[in-house]
Design a binder for this molecule. Structure first.
Ligand code: ADP
Ligand code: MG
Length: 682
């Protein structure tokens, strides 16, 4: 039995306690441990001279021990251990607090690497709590692992060392030899060895390349297999002669060129022999809902049902009213189904759904996936807003035969990422805004300007406009901190700056019905100023709202700020976005500057990707790709296209990866997608 796949507690040096900690990191076997890649490496390969480094900057110094000073017992439970070392030119002290181990192990006259930050002045430089390695058997690039409490990098290094020995005895490989040769990739066993024990930057790069290649390849194989699977099913084909002229006739505005184009493409897909799998990407406010309505009308005229799924109840509610506005004049039924409805009402609605074979059903993802049997489902539209739910998409493939699928996303994502995340979908982009929209004016200010900003907001409220005030301490909108902050803020404004105005409050801890009531009041202009957490982010549409002030703006990513800002600028009146921050952090200030300069979601997404890395786009947990790998490929467009080509080549020969030389890869792909709750591949 291969020890690599035994429970991690069977590994020498791992007890029950440590095993538990490993479980928390999702590591259950030594094999898993091999794929727990270093977050970064401490570079001992280029040591510097003490005299050459500034204080406070981490550095590695190669030094010889001159003298071990006597232990200083400062008080009970607090001792200091000091070692005087020299780099040949200057001296410094290595200082350890309460930890005698390294001190005890060091010997006068021997050579060590010390890594840490220098402090102190001209007379006495010192390095506190340094990492120390003996020069003789030093790891020149020492891995630092993503950790959990009670599990240090040192412990992991030791356990991984043992695992690497096992690996040597029983090498593993997932890629077929022909592919490794074609793309000049090193064997997996070597790559794993090097990534945990690199000797040089060059070999580390090659190993990372191999691992990134494989990760990316697996992901692309998975999405292509989903695509292949749904593409090979027969579509519920609609009639190309269907007219939705009456839809156009009843529109209160004329569509943009982009919208018209998207509708044409979608209707063509609906008439095709394969089920549609399309992503409709468009910046906030680009008018995706009207496109969805046209597709629903087309489907209804073919005697089939459309379901529109929204991520939240507020959004479902809003879609219900918008879609009804578009579709009621055509005599098409719209039906809302949400989790907060009474069981009795739900039953009645389900009966209606079973009977009306051409209705448009709107609800939240959860409710619709769980509760409904459709009578004639033709089209499924998902409004993801800013989620990338590969798993959801696959799950949907199982529902109600094989309907056409349209995914709407409001987060413009850079092309590189779109190719990966939406590899199973065709992509259509709405790249223009409805006519008459004025670009939102954005200002970044410090807290000192708050009162003036309030005055500015009041003048607009006096003119009959409405405003949002987003007050969140942290990104996660439902957190208690945010809720309390919003409540307090609303109270303060009610007593003070906005005592003459109607103030509403919206946060994630409110019941769905309460939230809906507040949003309805906002839409009906019964509220002038809505104080809220980031729950307001998702797709809420109140065209009369022209101002949004965002507190703690530095705490949000650009993509999220852009989403929030998209709550205004939805009508024809000039809108404003005020970003308040007292952060002195230069990165944060730069990000806000970018917001002030551009309204283009795609440009902002590129910047966000560059500044924050791809983790935020992917959501690490969602697909299980380690951050290191992401970093390797995301800035690396050639690797994306290379792996895409490789994936297509493989599937051309062997669509299900059933050949013996592909089985290992197949298993890996299934596992990667199973981790994400994916069930569309089996
Ligand atoms: P999003 O793409 O962000 O979902 P919506 O579909 O909510 O955007 O549309 C934003 C607003 O623009 C809505 O009030 C909608 O009625 C309006 N709208 C959509 N298309 C047009 C258009 N072609 N001309 C004018 N207004 C439009
Ligand atoms: Mg929308």
């Amino acid at each position: 039995m291969n020890e690599l796949y035994q429970p991690i507690e069977n590994l020498a040096g791992v007890g029950e306690k440590r095993a538990e900690k490993y479980h928390k990191l999702g590591i259950h076997t030594p094999y898993d441990l091999l794929f727990h890649f270093p977050r970064t490496y401490i570079d001992y390969a280029n040591p510097v001279m003490i005299a050459d480094v500034e204080n406070g900057i981490p550095c590695a110094i190669r030094c010889t021990v001159l003298q071990k000073l006597a232990v200083a017992f400062v008080r009970k439970g607090f001792s200091i251990y000091r070692v005087l070392v020299t780099d040949g030119i200057s001296d410094m002290l290595l200082v350890f607090f309460n930890t005698p181990y390294t001190y005890q192990a060091m010997k006068a006259g021997e050579q060590y690497y010390a890594y840490g930050k220098l402090t102190g002045g001209f007379l006495r430089r010192e390095m506190q709590s340094p990492q120390v390695q003996k020069v003789e058997n030093a790891m020149l690039l020492q891995p630092v692992y993503p950790q959990t409490i009670g599990l240090t990098s040192q412990m992991m290094r030791t356990n991984i060392q043992r695992t690497l020995t096992l690996l040597k005895q029983q090498p593993i490989e997932t890629l077929p030899p022909a592919l490794m040769q074609d793309y000049q990739l090193m064997p997996l066993t070597n790559a794993l060895h090097i990534v945990h024990r690199p000797n040089t930057h060059a070999e580390l790069d090659a190993a990372r390349h191999r691992l990134a290649f494989e990760e990316l390849l697996q992901f692309q194989l998975g999405t292509l297999m989903i695509r292949h699977k749904s593409g090979s099913q027969a579509a519920i084909s609609m009639s190309a002669s269907t007219s939705i002229q009456d839809f156009y006739d009843h529109l209160p505005f004329s569509l943009t060129r982009s919208q018209n184009h998207a509708i044409q493409i979608i209707c063509k897909d609906l008439c095709g022999a394969k089920p549609m799998n399309r992503l409709l990407q468009g910046d906030v406010g680009s008018g995706k809902t009207a496109v969805a309505a046209a597709a629903a009308a087309f489907t209804a005229k073919n005697g089939m049902q459309t379901v529109l799924m929204a991520p939240t109840e507020i959004l479902a509610q809003q879609h219900m009213s918008t879609m009804t506005g578009f579709l009621a004049p055509l005599g098409i039924q719209t039906i809302l189904l949400t989790g907060s409805m009474k069981a009795k009402d739900k039953r009645a609605i389900k009966k209606q759904i079973a009977e009306d074979t051409a209705a448009v059903i709107i609800g939240t993802h959860a409710v619709i996936q769980k509760d409904i049997e459709f009578s004639a489902l033709g089209l499924v539209i998902t409004d993801e807003q800013h989620r990338f739910g590969v798993a959801q998409r696959a799950a949907l493939a199982e529902k109600g035969g094989c309907p056409h699928k349209l995914v709407m996303s409001a987060t413009p994502i850079p092309r590189t990422l779109a190719l990966i995340v939406y590899g199973d979908l065709d992509i259509t982009i709405l790249d223009e805004m409805p006519k008459g929209r004025l670009p939102i004016q954005t200002f970044a200010v410090t807290g000192g300007y708050r009162e003036r900003a309030y005055g500015f907001i009041r003048s607009h409220l006096d003119a009959g406009e409405q405003a949002y005030l987003v007050c969140a301490m942290i990104e996660e909108s439902d957190s208690l901190e945010n809720v309390q902050a919003a409540e307090t803020y609303a109270e303060t404004l009610k007593q003070g700056a906005f005592r003459d105005y109607r103030i509403g409050l919206l946060h994630g801890k409110m019941k769905p019905a309460e939230k809906e009531a507040v949003m309805a009041a906002m839409k009906a202009h019964e509220i002038d100023l809505l104080v809220c957490t980031t729950v307001v982010e998702v797709g809420v549409d109140v065209p009369n709202a022209t101002l949004i002030l965002i507190e703690n703006a530095d705490r949000f990513g650009l993509a999220q700020l852009h989403q929030l800002r998209g709550r205004v600028g939805r009508g024809t009146v000039q809108s404003f976005c005020i970003l308040v921050t007292d952060s002195k952090n230069e990165d944060a200030r730069n990000r806000l500057k970018i917001m002030s300069h551009t309204n283009n979601g795609f440009a902002i997404a590129e910047e966000d990707l560059r500044l924050r890395g791809p983790g935020d786009f992917f959501g690490h947990a969602q697909h299980g790709m380690p951050p290191l790998m992401q970093a390797a490929f995301c800035s690396n467009m050639p690797l994306v296209s290379e792996t895409q080509m490789a994936a297509k080549q493989l599937l051309n020969i062997d669509p299900e990866l059933m050949l013996p030389e592909h089985r290992a890869l197949r298993t890996a792909v299934l596992q990667l997608f199973a981790k994400n709750g994916e069930n569309g591949l089996n």
